[in-house]
Design a protein around this ligand. Structure first.
Ligand code: NAD
Ligand code: GLY
Length: 359
């Protein structure tokens, strides 16, 4: 097992990464402060991993809530179902919420933990590649609004992240690729050495070779933990983690939540961001092509859906947390391996990308 730390003073916490961690009662129980525990999971993950998670919580007064699966359920209604479950059991402020599942469950359960009685402890047990390398780390919690992704939320850090790499064995191939989009993102925005490793090893990751997957998860979490430690609440460098996300969120919202997986939408968005960076003269043709090629090799979509034209993109992109006073701001590439902070881009090149790239 590897242990990394997210360094945030009194709110610092460990990320445990390795096989078989779901069964480690000592690890999870060390971070449950009281007796009461609510495990939040969904109907896909529960049959696979709930029993083992509850066994590791033996001796605690645990309850479970099993929600429907999917991005379409990352809503205030689902948060309300969690509050109902907590109140029905008369769970107090020392109750701990355990999020067992992918990023949808992690974001939703974390949001409920941030709100219930103004904040109760919570633990992330991520079971998708995407959630192990990105969403479980860093304390961004949220639900979606019909008009925009993650529009209702809070920064709220977990007590620990317990990433059992064995859980990835049951993940569908399409979900594995979606997770790889966020892994590859770290290479594009801040870690050129890791990018070169990914270009050399992407097939090993697709074959789920344990050594390669574990390395990619650790390196991704190291990158994420560094960025979060420097800028917990996204007043600066943390925004670079959103490379491709403004375009990607437009794909997710515009097409309807769940049509494109989050990682797939981000992959398309990173290609659009690379195309725009090339138009602005910041990266060359060859570098933009490397972005697209690696994402394609990871079996991710690289062109925007036909159904969304430039105007539809612009309408959805206007609803983004990086925007200031109504002005659109984007994360782009200064070089391959170095992202910009949020920049305001002239309307001409942006429209050119939206009208031309992948059309
Ligand atoms: P997800 O939670 O929908 O999980 C993907 C699918 O895999 C679901 O059907 C799920 O039930 C299933 N699943 C989960 N674990 C499994 C396993 N071990 N075996 C088989 N099936 C399994 O999606 P995701 O990609 O994990 O997360 C996407 C979400 O994360 C989005 O809502 C996105 O906005 C959010 N996100 C948040 C952050 C953050 O910083 N908080 C960062 C990136 C993404
Ligand atoms: N996934 C973006 C962030 O955590 O900031």
């Amino acid at each position: 097992m590897k242990t990394l730390t997210v360094s945030l003073g009194v709110r610092s916490y460990p990320i445990y990464i390795g096989p078989g961690l779901l069964d480690r009662a000592d690890l999870i129980q060390a971070h449950v402060p009281g007796k009461q525990v609510l495990v939040v999971t969904n109907e896909v993950v529960a049959p696979l991993y709930l029993e083992r998670t509850l066994a590791a919580l033996s001796g605690k007064e645990f309850r479970t809530i099993v929600l429907p699966d999917g991005e379409a359920y990352k809503t205030l209604d689902s948060a309300m179902a969690i509050f109902d479950a907590l109140l029905a059991e008369r769970f107090s402020r020392t109750a701990c919420i355990v999020a067992l599942g992918g990023g949808v469950i992690g974001d939703l359960a974390g949001f409920a933990a941030a709100c219930y009685q103004r904040g109760v402890p919570f633990i992330q047990v991520p079971t998708t590649l995407l959630s192990q390398v990105d969403s479980s780390v860093g304390g961004k919690t949220a639900v979606n609004h019909p008009r925009g992704k993650n529009m209702i939320g809070a920064f709220y850090q977990p007590r620990c992240v317990l990433a059992d790499t064995d859980t990835l064995n049951t993940l569908p191939d399409r979900e594995l690729s979606a997770g790889l989009a966020e892994v590859i993102k770290y290479g594009f925005i801040r870690d050129p050495e890791f990018l070169a490793w990914l270009e050399a090893n992407i097939e090993r990751l697709l074959r789920r070779e344990p050594e390669a997957l574990t390395y990619a998860i650790e390196r991704s979490c190291l990158n994420k933990a560094d960025v979060v430690a420097e800028d917990e609440t996204e007043t600066g460098v943390r925004a670079t983690l959103n490379l491709g996300h403004t375009f990607g969120h437009a794909v997710e919202t515009g097409m309807g939540y769940g049509v494109y997986l989050h990682g797939e939408a981000v992959a398309i968005g990173m290609c659009q961001a690379a195309d725009l960076s090339r138009r602005l003269g910041w990266i060359g043709e060859g570098e933009a092509a490397r972005v697209i090629r690696l994402l394609e090799r990871a079996r991710l979509p690289v062109v925007p859906p036909r159904e969304l034209d430039a105007d539809a993109f612009l309408e959805h992109m206007a609803v983004d947390k990086k925007n200031v006073d109504g002005g659109l701001r984007l994360i782009l590439l200064k070089a391959l391996g170095e992202a910009t902070l949020p920049v305001v881009v002239a309307a001409g090149p942006l429209r050119a990308t939206l009208e031309s790239y992948g059309r």
